[in-house]
Design a protein around this ligand. Structure first.
Ligand code: FAD
Length: 410
């Protein structure tokens, strides 16, 4: 049975996040954005509210809520600013849900539990200076020496690169397969900031998400034990794609929050501003913009909810999640741009939030699969040229705490 009503738990978590974001972050966000200042204390507060492990089971240090709750958290956070949703995307979506699904019991105990509690912050390192969409174009490598792996490589455009404690690092473990561009030669490792040979930096001059941290990290002969390999040797590409499926879900729900925020800001302004002797809300072309924001919000909300429901049920959802991510991000850009126009010249100044929405939302059309990549994937699915493949591990379905025994096994 499909339920369109949010449960009491859903409503409670949505209200908690809305109160936090609107009361504690919204009043300071203009300044944080202007100063390009990443305020670590906001992460501490998110951890206190159990947001960083919201959909990780309690026995693994999380809050035990379902995947729809994760979407609600992202929609509420990004309705105020993208940087907080990015934290959820890389820490919870891309990293923690990967360890929850692919990690060994030991990896879950050592890395996932402190991440779910918010004691350690985690991110995801796939992109390199020379390889983004073309994942197999990566250059990073790992070579085996006894029970250890020696990791080398440069990762670029990594959210929280200069802030996170734990990193997923994707690289080639088979040089021959790298030359043939055979992705079964890629593997995934857990790397810690404190490891010898690790360094990181921050990228300055970004168009948006200026209150957030985006950077690079470099590994020079970093030695990790075999126990830090996630999945089996050669499963790195599949794990990277699995992680993106969870990250895209958070991006979709977050971008839906940008559409809602654009609509709300436009409605408030349109009911106040007067031209030609009447509120601008009475001009039909202003109404049209608000109507489009409203319909885009409702559509995108339903698209991510469907993806979340499929995740709760443990059903395949790559196609639905890709559609939700693609549509929400593209429509968030349209909504933010129209919101600026509704505000006239005022929308062009940071006295109003809508210009920040536009600067922030552009990146989501680029990361976790560009607009072009999702367009092509959706066409290929529709044409029957692309099929969803089952992997060795799939995201565990959500179970309420009392019936969850056994689901979290690594
Ligand atoms: C703010 C921000 C945060 C990020 N955070 C992370 C992170 O935490 N971790 C991480 O690993 N990465 C992260 N990224 C990187 C992001 O995932 C990549 O930028 C993205 O995958 C695109 O890769 P690229 O920039 O190399 O562009 P390219 O892959 O070089 O693409 C350039 C253009 O060519 C088009 N194109 C490329 N290939 C094709 C094709 N086959 N068909 C049609 N068109 C194509 C693209 O759509 C795009 O328009 C982040 C990026 C940004 C901007």
């Amino acid at each position: 049975m499909i339920e369109f009503e949010l449960t009491e738990d859903h409503q409670a978590i949505r209200q908690t996040v809305r109160d936090f974001a609107t009361k504690e972050v919204a009043p300071r966000i203009k300044e944080l954005d202007e100063k390009q200042h990443f305020d670590r204390s906001i992460l501490d507060k998110m951890a206190e509210l159990n947001l960083l492990g919201v959909c990780i089971p309690e026995e693994l240090g999380g809050a035990g809520f379902d995947y729809i709750s994760l979407g609600l958290v992202c929609e509420e956070l990004e309705a105020v600013d993208t940087f907080m949703r990015v934290v959820m995307s890389v820490h919870t979506g891309l990293n923690s849900l990967t360890l929850y699904t692919w990690g060994t019991e030991e990896q879950q105990r050592k890395y996932l539990v402190p991440q779910a509690k918010g004691e350690k912050i985690a991110t995801y390192g796939l992109t390199e200076p020379g390889a983004g969409s073309d994942v197999v174009g990566a250059r990073s490598t790992a070579r085996r020496e006894g029970d250890e792996w020696v990791l080398n490589g440069e990762k670029m455009w990594i959210s929280l690169a200069d802030v996170a404690d734990n990193f997923l690092f994707f690289c080639w473990t088979d040089e021959e397969k790298r030359r043939r561009r055979d992705h079964s030669g890629m593997s995934c490792f857990i790397v810690e900031r404190g490891m010898k040979g690790f360094s990181s930096g921050t990228i300055h001059g970004k168009m948006g998400i200026r209150a957030g941290n985006t950077g690079y990290f470099s590994l020079q002969d970093v030695r990790v034990p075999q126990e830090n390999m996630v999945g089996e040797e050669g499963e790195g590409f599949k794990i990277a794609m699995f992680a993106l499926e969870q990250g895209r879900y958070t991006v979709a729900s977050g971008a839906t929050g940008v559409i809602r925020a654009s609509r709300d800001a436009s409605v408030a302004y349109a009911l106040e501003r007067e031209t030609f002797g009447t509120k601008i809300a009475n001009h039909q072309l202003v109404k049209q913009k608000i109507a489009e924001m409203e319909s885009d919000y409702q559509m995108c909300h339903l698209l991510w909810l469907r993806a979340g429901w499929l995740k709760n049920e443990g059903k395949m959802n790559a196609r639905e999640t890709s559609l939700a991510k693609w549509q929400a991000t593209v429509r968030s850009e349209k909504a933010a741009s129209m919101a600026i126009e509704v505000h006239g010249a005022n929308g062009y100044s940071n006295d109003y939030p809508v210009e920040r929405y536009l600067r922030n939302c552009k990146a989501a059309i680029i990361y976790e699969g560009t607009r072009d990549i999702h367009t092509l994937m959706q066409a290929d699915w529709a044409l029957g040229l692309k099929k969803e493949k089952t992997a060795r591990r799939t995201l565990p379905p959500w179970r309420p705490a009392e019936t969850r025994e056994g689901v979290a096994a690594g």
